[in-house]
Design a protein around this ligand. Structure first.
Ligand code: NAD
Ligand code: 6OD
Length: 502
């Protein structure tokens, strides 16, 4: 089958003529069914694609195809062959790097450099890492004494869970979707992916890639649509789906939990954050400023791990604020391919309205505006894009709404502290618990403070430095479970204990 021909519009319409059509990919075929909805390029505000919304019948078809794949060619494929196919997927993403790059940039408007260095390489890396992970698995084995004086051996074998639903967000579309699809497939499951309605293109392209590399039909399926009353909800309630792995907002996670309860699905959630950063006076200040400027503004602040609350030890507070202001004002908002662009748009007009509402609220709550707070005036193709200014505030207490609620924009509030205990207390004063970033040259303090953080990951003198074998996830309202390396394998497989009386 020539899958590229089946969804030829994905590759063809990049020049900006007619919007490309994004079809559902079910059982190894792109289907011509579903109600089209518009997909906007956030850098221009123009429609660049139309995706076909999957209805209940399409979801049923996907579940049947997926079930067949788990019970047949895919689920029973010898490990070495499964592993080789996953590596082939990674290779093919790299061979079609420019297609993925163009599609991701069209959906998100993010700067070319960012998508080039982060999103697309991680899409391929996710498949390589989990191809390796399944090659090196061990299993526990216990020899036991039996009541009759004999012996028994207990050991566990891992089996696929079955059909896994993946519901993914728009901020790092390919990266976050493959972070779940790769380990789920590695364990022999079949997946049905519902990408965000804002960013369906790279997931659709991955459907093409799966067909190109010879992935068995039904192992990887893509359904397009929205959340409530649409493809998202249909997946969470479907009795044929055994697990839902979800990345997105905390309140969406809560809705999914409720919807998935009657069919008792396994759940893995990576949710929102209101992440703290702590800068001690002994830190290398230049490194801290560079690191925090990257952390706050990367992807226009649309990274769940981004620190929106920065606590700085008082002796270096003024100096830090001034340096961050200079960094923010040095960013260049603009079109993704324009020379020197370092700041892209927000994902949608709706999200921009939400972020701007927080910008207004900060002032209403009495914040001191250090820089930004508005919308940049851009010319040319980016004039109608969903841009906002990078923004910093000081002067608010921990109860201010902008210090408690996730904004998901290029902004942060900076506050001083006087003692290590105060910094820890302020950092942990949140319902969320995703990530923290600690800057100090005192490694004993780094370890001590890192352990006190109520989060899934604490970075010391760095941020978003990822080893994909390590546990990743959120504490408190930032998630359920951990993924990464063996943690992913544990979630996506069903250990079955075999007890042999010898
Ligand atoms: P979102 O929750 O609005 O949407 C995520 C996905 O869920 C989309 O595909 C959407 O269509 C779907 N969805 C929405 N309602 C649903 C429902 N009722 N049932 C089933 N599916 C539903 O999140 P978003 O706006 O796309 O992404 C931004 C959020 O994601 C932020 O809160 C961010 O912190 C979080 N996030 C977390 C992580 C992490 O690793 N913890 C990573 C990235 C993003
Ligand atoms: O790096 C990852 O594996 C990961 N899940 C990153 C999440 C980023 C949030 O926006």
């Amino acid at each position: 089958m020539d899958a590229a021909l089946l969804n030829k519009d994905v590759a063809a319409a990049s020049a900006g003529a007619a919007p490309r059509i994004l079809r559902n990919f079910v059982g190894g075929q792109f289907l011509d069914r579903g109600t089209p909805f518009d997909v906007y390029n956030p850098a221009t505000g123009k429609v660049h694609a139309r995706a076909l919304e999957a209805d209940a019948e399409t979801i049923d078809l996907a579940v049947v195809a997926a079930r067949r794949a788990v019970e047949g060619d895919w689920g029973r494929m010898p490990l070495a062959k499964r592993r080789a196919l996953l590596i082939r997927v990674a290779d093919r993403i790299e061979e079609r790097f420019d297609d993925f790059l163009e599609a991701e940039i069209a959906d998100t408007g993010k700067p070319y450099e960012l998508a080039h260095h982060l999103d697309i390489p991680r899409g391929a890396a996710n498949f390589r890492v989990f191809a390796d992970a399944i090659a090196n698995l061990s299993t526990e084995c216990f020899e036991m004494d039996t009541p009759d004086g004999g012996k028994a051996l207990n050991y566990a074998v891992r089996k696929p869970l079955g059909v896994v639903g993946i519901i993914s967000p728009w901020n790092l579309p390919l990266l976050l979707m493959t972070w779940k699809a790769a380990p789920a497939l590695a364990c022999g499951n079949a997946v049905i992916v519902k990408p965000s309605e804002e960013t369906p293109s790279t997931t659709t392209l991955l459907g093409e890639v799966m067909a190109e590399v010879g992935m068995p039909d039904g192992a990887f399926n893509v359904v397009h649509g929205f959340g409530p009353g649409s493809a998202g909800e249909l997946l969470t309630t479907h009795p044929g789906i055994r697990a839902i792995t979800f990345t997105g907002e905390t309140r969406t996670g809560a809705a999914i939990m409720k919807a998935a309860a009657p069919t008792v699905k396994a759940l893995s959630f990576e949710l929102g954050g209101k992440n703290p950063a702590i800068i001690f006076a002994d830190a290398n200040l230049d490194a801290a400023v560079a690191g925090l400027a990257r952390a706050v503004f990367l992807n226009t602040g649309q990274v769940c791990l981004a620190p929106e609350r920065i606590y700085v030890e008082r002796p270096v507070f003024d100096c830090f604020v001034a340096a961050m202001k200079a960094k923010a004002e040095g960013l260049k908002a603009g079109a993704p391919y324009a020379e020197g662009t370092t700041l892209g748009p927000l994902i949608s007009d709706e999200h921009r309205r939400k972020v701007l509402e927080y910008y207004r609220l900060a002032i209403a709550e009495g914040a001191t505006l250090i820089t930004g707070g508005g919308v940049p005036q851009l010319k040319g193709e980016a004039a109608d894009g969903y841009f906002v200014e990078p923004t910093l505030w000081t002067g608010l207490g921990p109860d201010a709404r902008i210090c408690r609620e996730e904004i998901f924009g290029p902004c942060a509030h900076i506050a001083p502290f006087d003692t290590e205990e105060e910094a820890i207390r302020l950092a942990n004063d949140t319902d969320y618990g995703l990530a923290s970033s600690i800057w100090t040259t005192d490694l004993a303090r780094a370890h001590r403070v890192g352990k006190e953080m109520e989060v899934g990951i604490s970075w010391v003198n760095c941020w978003f430095l990822r080893d994909l074998r390590t546990p990743f996830g959120g504490a408190k309202m930032s998630g359920i479970g951990r993924e990464g390396g063996e943690h992913s394998i544990n979630f996506y497989s069903e250990p079955t204990n075999i007890c042999i009386k010898l």
